[in-house]
Design a protein around this ligand. Structure first.
Ligand code: ADP
Ligand code: MG
Length: 357
């Protein structure tokens, strides 16, 4: 097992024109399941390849425990990597695929048999060992590639969007399974995904990436309740947090359209973005003006079974609320309300103001 640390790691491509990773500092604890989450192209795969030793940093260092592995080859690092596209050898059976990494490391045959039996049992693929990859379903192939990765007991387990090619139902199943597997093996894991649900449900901690940098590293709950920047606030949550520009005065924010709403964050007067999550908003047809609501007109009602998304135009700002079934209809004039302590305020640079609980 190992603790991973990336220290000011920068990676340029194209002679410096592309900065894929920009001064990344990241610590992954021994046995931790860390998720790298971010949109496509933000540098997740590059970061993972730098940890694996498949890329060399342009600047900075990578440590496994106290050992500087910056210049070590992948085989010296004892890492196992699993990709989205399985990469199984088509001419080999499941068993041969899993055996291969042991064979090339000269593990004696009896030990190989033992480890293959253990691993296939762990992944519930004991009955598939004689099949070829082409005879397997997508889920079975991914289990096989996971088995091949863990059979040699790596110090570090690296997964790059391993569930992306599976259908929704299977993805859910494999999520639970992978999490169980990682806990059982207790191996330091970095898991790359652009899927926030996957990240939230699996990660001990999540590192949110954008534009080659890490924007916030936190436990899932904290990422949701205390996004440190406007960017993270918009990225985590579905539908995303509403953010409306306004001016803060004592205990209230005045919005551009003249609406004034209460907030629970102290500080100097000035321009702010007011953030409220759709699930923290209520929409009422009540038209009495108590000065504590955003007034607007409903532009869309989307019933989604479990809940309904109501979109309200408030003086040019579009606000989305996630509410239980509602009698409200398009064209209705409504009040949008929320508790003062559910409001987030971000300054002009997009940084969270105050200590949001
Ligand atoms: P992600 O996995 O988050 O989608 P990547 O790490 O693959 O992002 O890519 C980050 C950026 O680096 C992208 O702009 C990508 O085009 C660029 N990049 C990645 N690998 C290479 C490479 N080998 N050569 C040139 N550019 C690359
Ligand atoms: Mg990628």
């Amino acid at each position: 097992m190992a603790r991973i640390s990336m220290r000011s790691v920068t990676k340029y491509f194209d002679g410096g024109d592309t900065v894929a990773n920009d001064a990344i500092d990241l610590e992954v604890d021994d046995g931790e399941f860390l998720v790298l989450l971010g949109p496509s192209g933000c540098g997740k795969t590059t970061a993972l390849r730098l940890v694996a030793g498949l890329e060399r940093p342009s600047e900075g260092e990578v440590y496994f425990g106290d050992r500087n592995v910056t210049d070590s080859s992948p085989s010296d690092r004892n890492v196992a990597m699993v990709f989205q596209n399985y990469a199984l050898y088509p001419h080999m059976t499941v068993r041969e695929n899993i055996e291969y990494p042991l064979k090339i490391r000269d593990v004696p045959p009896e030990e190989r048999d033992e480890r293959i039996a253990e691993t296939t049992e762990l992944l519930h693929i004991e009955d598939l060992v004689d099949k070829k990859p082409e005879e397997l379903s997508g889920g079975q192939r991914q289990r096989t590639s996971l088995a091949r990765a863990i059979v040699r007991e790596p110090a570090v387990f690296l997964l790059d969007e391993p569930l992306s090619n599976l259908d929704a139902k299977l993805r859910m199943e494999m999520r639970t399974e992978l999490k169980r597997l990682q806990e059982e093996l207790d191996v330091t894991t970095v898991y790359v995904t652009h899927n926030q649900e996957e990240a939230m449900s699996m990660g001990d901690r999540i590192a949110v990436m954008n534009g080659g940098t890490i924007r916030q590293v936190a436990e899932p709950e904290e990422l949701y309740t205390r996004p440190k920047t406007e960017w993270v606030a918009r990225f985590i949550g579905s539908p995303p947090m509403n953010l409306v520009e306004g001016t803060r005065r004592n205990g209230t924010v005045e919005l551009a359209d003249g609406n004034s709403v209460p907030v629970d964050v102290d500080g100097d007067p000035g321009p702010v973005s007011l953030g409220v999550r759709p699930e923290d908003l209520s929409v009422t047809a009540d038209s009495s003006d108590d000065g504590r609501a955003i007034r607007g007109t409903v532009t869309m009602v989307e019933p989604l079974g479990e809940f309904t998304i109501v979109t309200v135009d408030a003086g040019g700002s579009s606000i989305r609320a996630k509410v239980p079934t509602t009698a409200i209809e398009r064209g209705d004039d409504v009040h949008v309300t929320f508790e003062a302590n559910d409001a987030y305020l971000y300054d002009e640079s997009g940084n969270l103001l105050g200590e949001h609980a």
